[in-house]
Structure formats: C-alpha cells, structure tokens
Design a protein around this ligand. Structure first.
Ligand code: HPA
Length: 274
C-alpha cells in the first residue's frame, strides 16, 4: 500500500502549479455555508475528482471542490463539500484534505458544521464556538503505523481548539452583535439522529452540541500542529424530555440562517488575525 506521505505529495504536485499563493487559512464549509466561497476572490477552483488520492464522491455527497483565493487579502483554501464518515469513507479518507492543506502551507484550520444543541441555554441558529471535543465515532484517523514526518505517535489534545482563536471569534462576534455560545462538541457516526436516551447520555457526558463531523479533521490538524477554530451552527434543539421529531428540511433552513452569521463572522476573524 502506498504511504500516506507519498499520496500527499502527489496531490501537492498536482495542486501547486495551479495556485498563485500559499494559503495560510484552510476552511471546511459545513451545511449552510454553501455560498461562502462566493466571498473569496477566487484564483482557482479544482474539483475533488481531479485531485490525486482525494476520495471519490459517493452518490450522497455533493460534487465538491477546493477553492483557492484570498479573503480580505489573506490567502485561503476552502473545501466546498466535505467527506463524512457515515458516507462510508475511512477516517484516513475523511481527513486526507487536511493533510493536503497542511502540506500546502496552511497554518490555521477553520472547521464549520451543523449540530444538534443539547445545552438548554442554546437557541436555534446560535453559533457555538467549539472549546473542546469528545470523539465517540469509534475510530480514529491516527490508527495504524505513525509516520513521524506527519506528527507524533501520541499527540497532545489538552487544547485541541486554539485559545487565541476562540477569544478572537468571541470578540469579533460581539462586535458584530452575533450571539455565540462556547462549548463542547461530541461527534457520533450517524447517519441517524440520536434517540432521547442518547441525547441524555451525551449531555451527561459533558457535551453541548452533537454532530457527525469535525472531530476527525480536528484530530489530524492537531497531529499536524495546525491551529484549529471550530464553529457549529445549532440546527435543532435536542432536549431529551421535550424532543420533537426532526425535519431535515427545517435543519437545512436553520443551517442557512446560521450560515449567514458565519458568513459575516469568518471574514472578520480572518481580517483580525495576528
Ligand atoms: N445529531 C447529530 N448530528 C446533527 C444533529 C443532531 O441532532 N443536528 C445536526 N447534525
């Protein structure tokens, strides 16, 4: 089997000639942020299918692309469409784009997602700045032989989300009068939503939001010594004793509402980086 570093360097050899600047920021666009890349002054847009070793899209996942350009003059690469574990991809496939971003020179990874809110203080379309995470996906992208060129065997996870970025996101949201929460994100595999008993358990474990992504990407970014900022949009209220059946079209509508807030917030965060 081909080593991960070789696959990464083949992807880089393909991408590098097509980009003009080294991206400093990597952005993973979650549900609701579909339009965000229109804000990027685009220099190149490359379909995942064309990139060596990028996973092949399943029927369910949208045809995705990597968008390169600048946002407030900061060079950025955005993933329009992400790979979910529930679609059948391995953890290594789900996180391959993060490896590629690192190899391109990305220092800061901004991960967005749609999530269920379990903290009773949370309201629909709130933005939760992720402070910490719990991996309940039953797998790990770092499982297997460690390649020391990519990171440590036992990476530290005492601060998986960068404190400086959390503070910056809070400050900028305040300035824009966007309501935010700061809390713990737990990832499950999905694709089913949780039962009442599961929401109760996840809340008791200490999680504020639950979703089906982000945790693998954050683990790999930490392994690769990237700084991570995680932003969730609360798309459904998951109080086990007052649970309403979910309506996916409603989740998508709320995700779009929250996405509009993120579309205002993210450029300000980027403009105010050190
Ligand atoms: N559970 C898991 N993932 C989700 C949810 C949820 O309630 N809402 C949006 N993504």
């Amino acid at each position: 089997m081909q080593a991960l570093v070789e696959k990464i360097s083949e992807a880089i050899d393909f991408l590098k000639p097509q980009i003009q600047q080294t991206p400093r920021i990597g952005l993973i666009l979650g549900t609701g942020l579909g339009d965000f890349s229109q804000q990027i002054q685009q220099q190149a847009s490359i379909a995942y299918e064309e990139i060596p070793h990028f996973p092949h899209s399943t029927v369910e996942s949208h045809a995705g692309k990597l968008v390169f350009g600048t946002l407030n003059e900061t060079p950025i690469v955005a993933m329009e469409g992400r790979f979910h574990f529930y679609e059948g991809y391995s953890m290594k496939e789900v996180t391959f784009p993060v490896r590629v971003m690192k190899a391109l020179g990305v220092e800061i990874l901004i991960i967005t997602n749609a999530a269920g809110g379990m903290n009773p203080q949370y309201q629909l379309a709130d933005i939760m700045i992720i402070e910490d995470q719990i991996n309940l996906m039953g797998d790990n992208p770092l499982r297997g032989i460690n390649d020391d060129r990519l990171g440590l065997r036992f990476p530290d996870m005492s601060a998986p989300y960068d404190r400086g970025l959390i503070n910056l996101a809070e400050q900028q949201a305040l300035a824009l009068q966007i309501r935010t929460q700061t809390g713990v994100f737990v990832a499950v595999t999905g694709p089913n939503l949780e039962t009442r008993a599961e929401y109760r358990m996840l809340r008791q474990m200490g999680a504020d939001c639950v979703g089906m992504s982000t945790v693998p990407e954050c683990i790999v970014a930490n392994h690769a010594s990237m700084k991570v900022l995680g932003l969730s949009v609360v798309t459904d209220i998951c109080l086990p004793d007052a649970l309403e059946p979910v309506d996916i079209s409603n989740i998508l509508k709320i995700a779009a509402d929250g996405g509009k807030k993120l579309a205002r917030l993210i450029p300000e965060i980027i403009a105010n980086l050190d």
